[in-house]
Ligand binder design. Structure first.
Ligand SMILES: [Zn+2]
Ligand SMILES: [Zn+2]
Length: 149
């Protein structure tokens, strides 16, 4: 995981460079995204922001997400039946491990990914631009037959 504080500063810098407004709501959202714990959905971000800023709308959340997506500062993940989930901590392609029961999504470190990408490029002559590598299963909590979140 990248240092959330550093990611927050990076995203703020990019937004400022583009002349984007940094409202308190937007800053609160960036703080959540720079961590992206468990890879939140737009609704989950909305719920967290609304606790402190009751006037925030879901549309505002989506607007900021699409802005950040356009600037490659957030990665959007799509899984069948789960809707979109977001990662602003690592806004570039990386492997994910997904719990099919509670929907938690983790980013295990996988240093061999760069090497794997190179092998794919060498074998095909392709210039690889991105990739998707997903592992599905049950998280430790759900294995215990636990309470779904
Ligand atoms: Zn789970
Ligand atoms: Zn991720």
């Amino acid at each position: 995981m990248a240092d959330p504080q550093k990611r927050l500063e990076q995203i703020i810098r990019v937004l400022k460079d583009k002349g984007c407004r940094l409202t308190p709501q937007r800053l609160a959202m960036l703080r959540i995204l720079s961590k992206s714990e468990g890879h939140p959905s737009a609704e989950q971000i909305y719920e967290q922001i609304r606790a402190d800023y009751p006037t925030t709308s879901l549309a505002t959340i989506y607007k900021t997400l699409s802005l950040l997506k356009d600037m490659d500062e957030v990665l959007e993940l799509n899984f069948a039946g789960m809707g979109s989930r977001y990662d602003g901590n690592k806004p570039y392609p990386h492997p994910h491990v997904i719990c099919t029961k509670c929907g938690q999504i983790l980013d295990p470190e996988f240093p061999a990914m760069a090497e794997l990408t190179q092998v794919m490029a060498q074998q095909t002559g392709y210039e690889i631009t991105h990739h998707q590598l997903n592992f599905f299963g049950l998280c430790p909590k759900c294995q215990k037959g636990g309470q779904s979140v």
